[in-house]
Ligand binder design. Structure first.
Ligand SMILES: Nc1ncnc2c1ncn2[C@@H]1O[C@H](COP(=O)(O)OP(=O)(O)OP(=O)(O)O)[C@@H](O)[C@H]1O
Ligand SMILES: [Mg+2]
Length: 248
């Protein structure tokens, strides 16, 4: 049962092990409509697995994952396709198809889910690339793009479905300040349109720039949660230790 009727995303008592390794041992949190939650935590604490579970790419051993109040954990692939129209997952690393042009990469989700004329597909791709600061890059291949541009194309592709929820997995990792700022602007633009999001990152300036609250994943649970306002003024304890590099 949902604890919070305003939540777009709610994770309740999430448990997941891989073999002997207990990764999640009762993770619970929620994100309300239009909010951005930063999910931080050491490498291997299970941030990416949690994001993947929100779109049914992983199943918890125990617990619930509610999107708009609906538990996605028992859903079959057909039901999950409907969820993935609403919930976009911007993969760690971009995950573009290397053998396809930028145009083909962006056309792919559109053709999968909508019946559009090719001229309509082309127009939507042109608009989206301009929105992400990548005009006239349709004919390029991922291998011809810088890391920053690849990440922006990955985000542009995730946005082609006009999702209600976007899950960002380290969208600024390895980017220079210019590209980091462009990504922050894209996230803020989507937020202004009411998109609800979770941002997994180690990039604290981006957390401060775009998020409303921040949760620390440690020892299999959300060990602390702060609003960004509070984080700026009075972080103490595990969150402060993590941010300041005192703990892994
Ligand atoms: N399919 C899998 N099979 C076995 N172990 C897995 C699998 N997927 C994830 N794990 C393990 O689960 C743990 C959490 O992985 P996850 O990728 O979610 O970490 P993360 O918090 O995203 O780390 P990073 O910050 O390095 O990206 C890791 O120990 C990982 O090795
Ligand atoms: Mg990860």
């Amino acid at each position: 049962m949902s604890q919070n009727s305003q939540s777009v995303i709610e994770v309740i008592d999430f448990h997941k092990s891989f073999g002997e390794k207990k990764v999640h041992q009762g993770v619970s949190f929620y994100v309300k409509k239009g909010e951005c939650l930063a999910l931080i935590g050491g490498s291997g604490t299970g941030k990416s697995v949690l994001l993947r579970s929100l779109v049914g790419l992983e199943k918890p051993d125990k617990g619930q994952v509610l999107i708009n109040g609906q538990d996605v954990t028992p859903m079959n692939e057909t039901e999950l396709i409907e969820v993935r129209k609403k919930v976009a997952y911007a993969f760690q690393g971009g995950a573009l198809f290397d053998s396809m042009t930028v145009y083909e990469n962006l056309a792919y989700p559109l053709r999968e889910h909508f019946h559009l004329s090719e001229s309509e597909v082309a127009k939507q791709i042109k608009d989206q690339l301009e929105e992400f600061g990548l005009p006239n890059s349709e004919k390029l291949y991922p291998g011809n793009l810088s890391g920053g541009m690849q990440k922006r194309v990955g985000l542009a592709r995730a946005m082609m479905m006009h999702p209600e929820v976007v899950l960002y997995d380290e969208p600024t990792a390895g980017l220079d300040p210019y590209n980091t700022k462009r990504i922050q602007e894209s996230i803020l633009k989507l937020k202004a349109k009411g998109v609800t999001s979770i941002l997994v990152t180690h990039d604290m300036p981006t957390v401060y720039a775009v998020c409303d609250k921040v949760a620390l994943l440690a020892q299999g649970r959300i060990s602390e949660q702060y609003t960004i306002e509070k984080l700026k003024t009075e972080p103490t304890g595990p969150m402060s230790d993590f941010i300041n590099g005192e703990t892994a």
